[in-house]
Write a protein that binds this ligand. Structure first.
Ligand SMILES: [Zn+2]
Length: 241
């Protein structure tokens, strides 16, 4: 009990030092919410009202909706690691095909310069993340996944404070060409702003991988269009030309 007391006291002091120390972290006020004009391709898209959408499944984040406001969106494909060498051309073609498909709705460009990248593709299987089950006192591993899209935020230099985001997509090389394309299409949909899943099997952003390998549906595009009408705290990532 005494040990626990001293440990608790030490922890409390450590937390206090952490909070009081000026260099420990810097709190920034979140930039204000802003709504951008709808990108022309989405604005012109005739749409299919009857198809509906699944916008209610899309989660805004602390910085609002994860949308891009500068085009074309720059896509960078990392050189293949050893794990991927044997399958790289098939993997690469699937990504380029997925980029072409979404390019009908939002302008995308493949860049050779990683420093310009808004979306980065990595040819690898996402790592398994263990979670601790407290009731059973054991670690649990989820089933292996074929892909994962993650975003992170970074500060842009200048005043006032501005934030931008960047997506990294890890995509396994160990799938068939058709499955790789379906997965690339799905993950790219997340990176373009559909930060959620459709409950309908015939949409590219359906949660589970199915045998249907759904193409981009009218519902996917209707949802994307609604996302781009929402406010965000994210700024255009590059200085305007
Ligand atoms: Zn998903």
């Amino acid at each position: 009990v005494q040990n626990r007391f001293w440990f608790g006291l030490a922890l409390a002091i450590a937390i206090l030092i952490g909070l009081a120390h000026p260099g420990f972290s810097q709190n920034l006020a979140l930039p204000p919410l802003k709504t951008y004009p709808l990108p022309p391709l989405l604005a012109q898209w005739p749409g299919d009202r009857q198809a509906g959408d699944y916008f209610d499944r899309i989660q805004p984040t602390a910085v609002g909706y994860l949308l891009w406001s500068q085009f074309p969106i720059q896509v960078y494909i990392e050189p293949p690691p050893d794990e991927c060498q044997h399958r790289f051309s098939g993997w690469l073609n699937a990504i380029l095909a997925a980029v072409d498909e979404w390019n009908e709705y939002l302008p995308l460009a493949v860049t050779q310069r990683p420093e310009n990248a808004n979306i980065i593709w990595q040819c690898q299987r996402p790592p398994l993340r263990a979670t601790l089950n407290r009731d059973r006192q054991q670690f649990e591993f989820p089933v292996a996944r074929n892909a994962e899209a993650r975003y992170h935020l970074y500060r842009l230099s200048g005043d006032p404070e501005r934030l931008a985001h960047r997506f990294t997509i890890q995509l396994s090389p160990h799938q068939s060409d058709a499955d790789t394309l379906a997965t690339a299409r799905h993950e790219l949909g997340h990176a373009l702003g559909i930060w959620g899943h459709s409950p309908t099997e015939t949409d590219a952003l359906y949660a589970e991988q199915t045998r249907l390998l759904a193409p981009i549906s009218a519902r996917d595009v209707n949802t994307l269009k609604r996302v781009y009408q929402q406010p965000t705290r994210l700024s255009p990532p590059r200085p305007s030309p």
